[in-house]
Design a protein around this ligand. Structure first.
Ligand code: FE2
Ligand code: FE2
Length: 471
């Protein structure tokens, strides 16, 4: 796997020997840079940020760390090394050699999958663009920018696939990815969660914990694709995605830590009086971000999902490790559905329940992270547990979008919802309070009052390292 780091576009896809593709991507590059300047992190043009940059695809040591002036970040195209003799892992083509070119009959579906994934990457950068102005520390500012440049690289990864394998309409899709914008009333991003605002750092950390984790599950199932370039692209993206979820888990963990310290030291539940974020507010933000993120998995019963699977385009999480025939023609899968008297468990054809299965895997993963947060609370001897709401709570997509449910999964009427939803979701007042805490802290080693310092720094650097230099 030779990695070309010297070219205009760092890559390991041998761009130098593909002049047409190189030219197409070099034409897209200035549009990307313009987008980054207009829609990327605001007022970041003169900052030197301690960032990791991908320089190889080997499992250890793919990242180089150093201060980088943000617009000079080296976005590149990196695919995981090819797996020798890889075959289509599932569906009707199971066991046949994986495709190195797009199969004509699946062109439209593959393009749709790549565009939908690609659209989320710049969307999150747009959602997070003003957060730098209110960073709680240089450490956090650096982490924000790390996530942002990597989401930019993920856009590159999808645009590469569109340009390399989809000809002219691929190039048009590449342009459209820079024309839709998060929250734009005329040209919004494709998926609803990516049109929500990320106005404060509590939201940012929840987003990276819950919504980037949706990304992990989508990428993992696309990594199973029989279309090998997509699989290899997603496998390398997954190595970067892990850090994004770390940022979320660690950030929320530190906010919890700070809340618990205040509760213990002051023998009070009134954490807000001390200028930090109380546990019930954290729970409400958790409820919100979890519910909009589970929507991203789509309908519980989906023929599209069944088709993607059967066609060999998108698999299940860790497809190869699952002990079944990977065809699922006659299999059943238990799902939760709306019954006469509330939510019931029922069996559905495994093929059409592929989305729901991925959602189950995702929820189990979220649950583990929440348990680690609860250990922080328990270690302080505080009697409070954060809980993931029921999947029927506050849904905008799927069977549960038609009803209202409590975080415990009780179906309730419209009137009760209107009366009580402020107990479960951030109210205007909660949001105003959290916003009032958002004041930039840019002195080395200092932290905003509402968040505890991290246990350690990035890449073995101390916590008070100068992660960002202001030019
Ligand atoms: Fe991403
Ligand atoms: Fe991400």
């Amino acid at each position: 796997m030779t990695v070309d780091l010297a070219g205009k576009i760092p890559n390991n896809v041998d761009l130098a020997n593909n002049p047409r593709l190189l030219r197409a991507l070099e034409q897209w590059q200035p549009a990307f840079i313009d987008w980054w300047k207009d829609m990327g992190p605001s007022e970041s043009q003169t900052l030197d940020v301690y960032l990791r940059t991908a320089i190889s695809v080997e499992p250890d040591g793919w990242a180089h760390y150093g201060h980088v002036r943000m617009p000079d970040y080296r976005w590149g195209i990196f695919l995981a090394p090819p797996e020798k003799d890889r075959v289509v892992p599932m569906g009707m083509h199971k066991g046949k050699p994986a495709w190195q070119e797009v199969p004509g009959e699946y062109r439209a579906n593959l393009r749709r999958l790549i565009v939908t994934q690609g659209d989320t990457e710049p969307a999150s950068v747009e959602q997070q663009r003003h957060l730098g102005q209110t960073c709680p520390s240089l450490y956090d500012l650096r982490n924000l920018f790390q996530v942002n440049v990597e989401e930019g690289r993920h856009l590159w990864a999808m645009v590469y696939l569109l340009h390399a394998y989809f000809g002219r309409d691929g190039r048009e899709e590449g342009e459209a990815l820079l024309e839709r914008h998060s929250g734009d009333p005329d040209k919004p991003r494709i998926l609803a969660a990516f049109n929500e605002k990320t106005p404060d750092w509590l939201s940012f950390f929840m987003f990276t914990f819950f919504t980037d984790r949706d990304g992990k599950y989508q990428l993992a199932s696309l990594a199973e694709s029989g279309f090998d370039p997509l699989s290899r692209s997603c496998r390398f993206m997954l190595t970067e995605e892990a850090h994004h979820m770390f940022v979320g888990e660690n950030g929320i963990g530190r906010i919890i830590q700070r809340a618990c310290e205040i509760m213990r030291q002051n023998r009070t539940d009134d954490v807000r009086a001390q200028g930090a974020i109380d546990l019930p507010t954290i729970q409400k933000y958790l409820n919100f971000h979890f519910s909009v993120s589970v929507d991203l998995f789509g309908q519980e019963i989906s023929t599209n999902a069944a088709n993607y699977f059967t066609e060999g385009l998108k698999g299940r999480f860790h497809e190869a490790k699952l002990a079944d025939d990977h065809v699922l023609a006659n299999d059943r899968y238990p799902i939760e559905a709306l019954g006469e008297n509330g939510i019931v468990r029922q069996e559905a054809p495994a093929l059409t329940a592929i989305n729901e299965r991925l959602r189950d895997d995702y929820i189990a993963d979220c649950q583990k992270g929440v348990e680690r947060w609860n250990r922080i609370i328990a270690n302080h001897g505080i009697d409070f547990r954060l809980k993931i709401p029921h999947r029927a709570f506050h849904r905008g997509i799927g069977a549960f979008a038609e009803i209202k449910a409590t975080p415990d999964g009780q179906v309730i009427g419209e009137a009760e919802w209107t009366h009580r939803h402020g107990e479960w979701l951030p109210s205007a007042e909660d949001r105003t309070y959290v916003q009032s805490l958002m004041r930039p802290v840019t002195e080395r080693g200092k932290m905003a009052n509402w968040i505890a310092p991290p246990a350690k720094g990035i890449n073995d650097q101390p916590v008070d390292f100068e992660y960002v230099r202001f030019g």
